[in-house]
Design a protein around this ligand. Structure first.
Ligand code: ADP
Ligand code: MN
Ligand code: MN
Ligand code: MN
Length: 339
C-alpha cells in the first residue's frame, strides 16, 4: 500500500450542450499531495451523457490543464480544470480552450490582459431571490449596490463564494449587487487570457456548488425576466502592452475600429439569447449597432474615464452575455485586436 496520503481531485470540464455549454465534474481519489499538473493523471468520462459522443464510441479524455486548492473540501484537495479530448488524443469539437491556447501563444508578445465582470441571477424555486411568490418587487432603482434586507437577497452565497475564490487563489477582484433584485456580479482579473477563462469557469463551478448547500440556483440567462428589468452580462475588459503604455489611447482607438468592423463575428460568440438583452433599452446599444465612447455605458465598447484621462489603460467590451464561453470571447478579442 502507498504511504502517500490520498487526496480528492474534482475534475471540472465543459460539456457539449448547445447553444450554451454547461459545467460537469466528478471526483477522483489520487495519491497526494499535488504539486504540479504532472501529479494529476489524465482521466475519462462517458461522452454520450454530455452531448460529446455517440453511445457506441463514448469515451472522451480529460486532460488536466490547471488546478487550484479546493476551498469546499479544504485540506490538500484540489479542483482541476480539464480540456476534453477524443479517445485518440485529438481535440474534441467542444474544446474551445484549445484554440485560445494557440492564440495566446501566438500573441504573447502583446502581453494581453483580461478582466471579466460576471453577472448572474440567483434563483430560489425558479424565481429570482428576494422576489415575492407572485408578481414583481418594487421597480429597479434601489437594488444596485444596496445594503439592507428590504433591497438585498442571498448575500450569504455571494460572501461564501468570494471567500472560496480567494482561498482557491482565483484572482477575484470585487463583488457587487446588481440592478435587478437577486442579481449580482463578481469580477476576475486582470490576468492573461487562459488564466482569466480557467479561473472564470472554476469560479462559476464554485458558485453552483456552494448554491447547492443553500438551495439556490445560479442563472446565467442573459434576460432572466422579460420587460423593464436589466439583463445579465459579462463585460470583458481588455488591454495590450501598447494600450497600457504612454499614448496607449491610440491603440485603444485602433482596436475599437477593428472591433466595429467585425461586430457580427463577435456577437456570434458572445452568448445565446443575447438579442433579448441587447435591445438598446437597458444596458448597451441594440445588438445590430456598434458604438464606442468614453465613459458611455450605452455603448458597445466603453473607454473608462480614467483611461481617457491618463491617455492609456484598457477598453471594456460590454456586449458579451453572462452565459458566454470566455474561451471564445477572449479568442475573438485576440484575433480581432492582435491579429
Ligand atoms: P465597471 O465600472 O464596468 O462595473 P468593474 O470594476 O466591475 O467595472 O470591473 C473592471 C474590470 O476591469 C475588472 O474585471 C478588472 O480586472 C478589469 N481591468 C482593470 N484593469 C485592466 C487592464 N489594464 N486590462 C484589462 N482589464 C482590466
Ligand atoms: Mn462591474
Ligand atoms: Mn455590472
Ligand atoms: Mn462593466
Amino acid at each position: 500500500m502507498s504511504r502517500r496520503t490520498k487526496i480528492i481531485a474534482e475534475y471540472v470540464w465543459i460539456d457539449g450542450c448547445q447553444p450554451t455549454p454547461g459545467l460537469r465534474s466528478k471526483a477522483k481519489v489520487i495519491p497526494g499531495p499535488v504539486r504540479s499538473l504532472a501529479d494529476i493523471p489524465e482521466w475519462g468520462f462517458d461522452g454520450s451523457s454530455t452531448r460529446q459522443a455517440e453511445g457506441h464510441k463514448s469515451d472522451c479524455a480529460l486532460v488536466p490543464v490547471a488546478f487550484v486548492p479546493d476551498p469546499v473540501r479544504g485540506g490538500k484537495h484540489v479542483l482541476v480544470m480539464c480540456e476534453v479530448m477524443n479517445a485518440d488524443g485529438s481535440i474534441h469539437p467542444s474544446n474551445t480552450r484549445a484554440r485560445l491556447r494557440e492564440l495566446a501563444a501566438l500573441h504573447a508578445k502583446h502581453e494581453p490582459l483580461f478582466g471579466i465582470e460576471q453577472e448572474y441571477t440567483l434563483l430560489v424555486h425558479g424565481r429570482p431571490a428576494g422576489w415575492p411568490k407572485k408578481g414583481f418587487p418594487a421597480p429597479q432603482g434601489p437594488y444596485y449596490c444596496a445594503v439592507g434586507a428590504e433591497n438585498v437577497a442571498a448575500r450569504t452565497l455571494v460572501e461564501r463564494h468570494l471567500d472560496a475564490c480567494m482561498k482557491a487563489g482565483i484572482e477575484i477582484c470585487g463583488v457587487n449587487a446588481e440592478v435587478l433584485l437577486g442579481q449580482w456580479e463578481y469580477q476576475i482579473g486582470p490576468v492573461g487570457a487562459l488564466e482569466v477563462c480557467d479561473q472564470l469557469w472554476l469560479a462559476r463551478w464554485l458558485m453552483c456548488r456552494l448554491g447547492e448547500d443553500l438551495g439556490i440556483e445560479v442563472s446565467l440567462a442573459p434576460k432572466p425576466v422579460a420587460g423593464d428589468w436589466n439583463g445579465t452580462g459579462a463585460h470583458t475588459n481588455f488591454s495590450t502592452k501598447a494600450m497600457r503604455a504612454k499614448g496607449g489611447l491610440k491603440a485603444i482607438e485602433a482596436a475599437c475600429k477593428e472591433l466595429g468592423r467585425r461586430h457580427d463575428e463577435h456577437i456570434r460568440v458572445y452568448g445565446a439569447d443575447n438579442d433579448k438583452r441587447l435591445t438598446g433599452l437597458h444596458e448597451t446599444c441594440d445588438i445590430k449597432t456598434f458604438r464606442h465612447g468614453v465613459s458611455d455605458r450605452g455603448a458597445s465598447i466603453r473607454i473608462p474615464l480614467a483611461t481617457a484621462k491618463q491617455g492609456r489603460g484598457y477598453l471594456e467590451d460590454r456586449r458579451p452575455a453572462a452565459n458566454m464561453d470566455p474561451y471564445r470571447v477572449c479568442a475573438a478579442l485576440l484575433e480581432t485586436v492582435c491579429g
